[in-house]
Design a binder for this molecule. Structure first.
Ligand code: SAM
Length: 373
């Protein structure tokens, strides 16, 4: 079997982040594994497509055009190196995705075999389960939770009943907040997207109530971000029209409550951030202005836009961290994980929404595939 091939990298390979395995010896080099498949490259997640191209974010803009590299087989996948010392390596600030993933099956966060998962590929894992009952995720393993739980505002979900009495809703909130507290690392964080308040089915101070419950179960409060969702109206009634007798007022915003488990200062993880200067300046001003997602386009009754988890992930976690969404819905948080080089775990009670999440992930080029070693 061929163990090594050499080639010079062209512009397209550098810009898009792949290496076309030379046709000569290609079959022997890949072995008899059917393509496409997932693999590892220099300890980073990678995949080989059906044309024999080895893709990895690790490769993107890593070398300069024309660099001669040697690609060799290793125990877990492949290794690439320029064949004349470090010639051709771009300066470190232009290199992307330096951080090594611990392995494609998220083994550090997932208890037991990943076969329990509904879907697993590279740094992504989905469980079709109830967050209150799931035992497949290890305690003290999650760096960041980004989620939007049901709001109890009569949204027509396929499985979950979104019209339970408010006291039962608060009980449910306490249970899942307790469960997620256990799953999170001591320096882990929770970004909780909820409405400020609600008037459908009776006025309730949802944000104040859930923040109080979160603190009661142990979460510590850090901040509240106001999300000015520019394309919505939360109005369902005027109350007494043009009369002070009983008018309704409602703020057309949602919030993201930022909480943490024990310590705000994050010490675990890679220590590498990929938030840019301008993003940091803009996003640390806690009034965020961007539009919501379209239910019809996404095919889920209450998706948030990728922008929301993306901002939370880049601001509050390091590259390579494990992010959990316990109410995955259509999978938006996992798309944000792929965009930001994080590992992502999603839990969703409804099978059809799991399927929708998988479909959206496939649109990002990630497929459930066999690993080759
Ligand atoms: C507000 S939606 C989340 C939408 C998601 N952020 C997105 O962008 O698509 C809440 C989701 O939680 C799911 N759900 C409700 N109860 C659950 C439970 N106990 N465990 C896991 N998922 C649950 C619902 O089926 C629904 O898809």
């Amino acid at each position: 079997m061929v163990r090594m091939v050499s080639k010079a990298l062209n512009k397209m390979e550098i810009l898009r982040g792949f290496i076309q395995i030379p046709t000569k010896g290609n079959l022997e080099f890949i072995g008899n594994t059917s393509l496409p498949c997932l693999t590892m490259l220099n300890g980073n997640p990678a995949r080989i497509d059906k044309y024999g191209r080895l893709w990895s974010p690790y490769l993107k803009r890593r070398f300069s055009v024309g660099t001669k590299v040697e690609l060799s087989r290793t125990e877990n996948g492949y290794k690439v190196a320029p064949n004349e010392s470090t010639q051709g390596l771009l300066p470190s600030e232009t290199r992307l995705n330096e951080v090594k993933f611990s392995g494609p099956n998220l083994e550090k966060a997932i208890a037991g075999p990943c076969s329990k998962a509904y879907f697993q590929a590279g740094p992504i894992c989905i469980f079709n389960d109830d967050i209150l009952k799931i035992d497949a995720i290890k305690d003290n393993s999650i760096d960041l939770i980004v989620t939007s739980p049901p709001y109890n505002v009569d949204i027509k979900y396929e499985t979950y009943d979104d019209t339970i009495p408010y006291d039962k809703y608060l009980e449910f909130s306490e249970r899942w907040l307790t469960k997620c507290y256990g799953l999170t690392k001591d320096d882990g964080r929770l970004c909780l997207n909820i409405p400020l308040d609600k008037n459908k089915g009776g006025q309730q101070s949802v944000c104040a109530d859930l923040t109080t419950i979160a603190k009661k179960v142990g979460w510590k409060y850090h901040a509240t971000i106001i999300w000015n969702e520019q394309n919505i109206s939360r109005r369902t009634a005027w109350g007494s029209w043009m009369s002070a007798s009983a008018p309704f007022v409602i703020a057309p915003v949602e919030v993201i409550v930022v909480l943490y488990k024990k310590r705000w200062k994050k010490t675990s993880g890679s220590g590498k951030s990929n938030v840019t200067r301008n993003e940091f300046l803009e996003w640390t001003n806690a009034v965020w202005n961007f539009s919501g997602a379209s239910k019809n386009k996404v095919g889920h009754p209450s998706p948030f836009p990728v922008e929301l988890p993306k901002r939370c992930i880049k601001l509050f976690s390091f590259v390579g961290d494990v992010v959990l969404d316990p109410f995955l819905g259509s999978g938006t948080t996992l798309l944000a994980c792929l965009e930001t080089d994080r590992k992502g775990i999603g839990v969703e009670i409804d099978r059809n929404y799991c399927e929708l999440a998988v479909k959206r992930l496939k649109g990002y080029g990630i497929e459930q595939q066999k690993l080759i070693g």
